[in-house]
Design a protein around this ligand. Structure first.
Ligand SMILES: [Zn+2]
Length: 323
């Protein structure tokens, strides 16, 4: 597929049927996969009788492209079993939002989606959160190893408390901000971020054990003694002492994580204005996805995202709320 951009996508998907075909190409590369039995390949395409659309049981017309599995005889479309399953939002809109979410450095504001694609506030919100849900899935690559930078930050808080929060700083004092730990692979730039309840040594170790192969990882951190509590389980631990004004020493620094945090905070302040702690995990997934794939073309990023849209267990309430 050629390198995608907004106009080239718009040209490729003038109709709903074309948007289905586009997603089929991105997800299946010409070999449809049956979501019911997992069978790959030469399934039957069910051509609508009039060649264009068929009637839904509500009496409206749909251009949904349907397939029939050669093995289990089940019917499916490219949306079956994905975050798009049962959606009432046009598939063209999903494609445009997918593109904007992978390509826009700051992501997309729900209000912008609402206005641009003529959706209700609720539909726009659900749509974005589903895309985030797909973006945040664990990369198949598994655990990180090598040199990994680990750092913590505090996100959000009510504006009126900002000043107080600043004074509290990174101490675990009284703050309405949410602590976040990010791990950045020094070589690939892959990021794994996680909302945490606190930044105790025990919590940090749990996060790190979940994302890195500890015995094969050298951790670079700020001189937080909390990391030292489990340093003997790592291949190595090197730190710089920010409090003493030391930011880089012998190639050790936490700059990668700090750059990530400043981009994240700029985007949250500028695009989303406020993110509740409850939803922060999904935003982190979105930012991790973009940051981890910053070397890839937008086409490759779209393909990667399409590989992650299936099998997401949705914790959302009804689809019927979508307009
Ligand atoms: Zn099947």
């Amino acid at each position: 597929m050629e390198d995608l951009n907004f106009p080239s996508i718009a040209q490729r998907i003038p109709t709903e049927a074309a948007a289905y075909e586009f997603l089929e190409e991105l997800r299946w590369h010409g070999k449809p996969v049956c979501p019911h039995c997992g069978s790959i390949g030469d399934h039957y395409f069910l051509r609508p009788r009039n060649g264009v659309s068929r009637e839904t049981n509500r009496g409206s017309q749909t251009q949904r492209r349907l397939w029939k599995c050669r093995d289990c005889r089940g019917q499916f479309s490219v949306l079956t079993g994905t975050i798009m399953h049962g959606t009432h939002v046009p598939v063209r809109t999903w494609v445009f939002v997918f593109y904007e979410m992978v390509a826009n450095k700051n992501g997309l504001a729900a209000r912008e989606v609402e206005r641009k694609y003529d959706l209700s506030p609720k539909s726009a919100w659900f749509l974005l959160h589903r895309v985030r849900e797909a973006m945040k899935r664990e990369p198949a690559a598994g655990l990180l190893s090598g040199i990994v930078v680990a750092d913590e930050t505090w996100i959000g808080g009510k504006p009126k408390n900002r000043h107080a929060n600043k004074r509290v700083g990174s101490k675990q004092g009284k703050t309405d901000k949410t602590p976040v730990v990010s791990l950045v692979h020094a070589e690939t730039g892959e990021v794994r971020s996680q909302v945490v309840a606190n930044v105790s040594g025990k919590t940090l170790k749990t996060v790190i054990a979940k994302h890195v192969e500890m015995a094969e990882t050298t951790l670079h951190t700020d001189a937080a003694g909390r990391y030292a509590t489990f340093a003997d389980e790592l291949a190595g631990h090197a730190s710089v002492n920010h409090k003493a004004g030391e930011y880089v020493r012998d190639g050790v620094s936490t700059n990668l994580a700090e750059n990530y945090f400043s981009q994240l905070k700029r985007s949250i302040d500028g695009t989303h204005h406020h993110v509740s702690p409850e939803h922060l995990g999904r935003y982190l997934g979105e930012f991790d996805f973009r940051h981890s794939t910053h070397d890839e073309t937008d086409t490759a990023r779209m393909g990667r995202l399409m590989g992650q849209v299936a099998g997401v267990r949705l914790t959302y309430r009804p689809l019927s709320g979508e307009a």
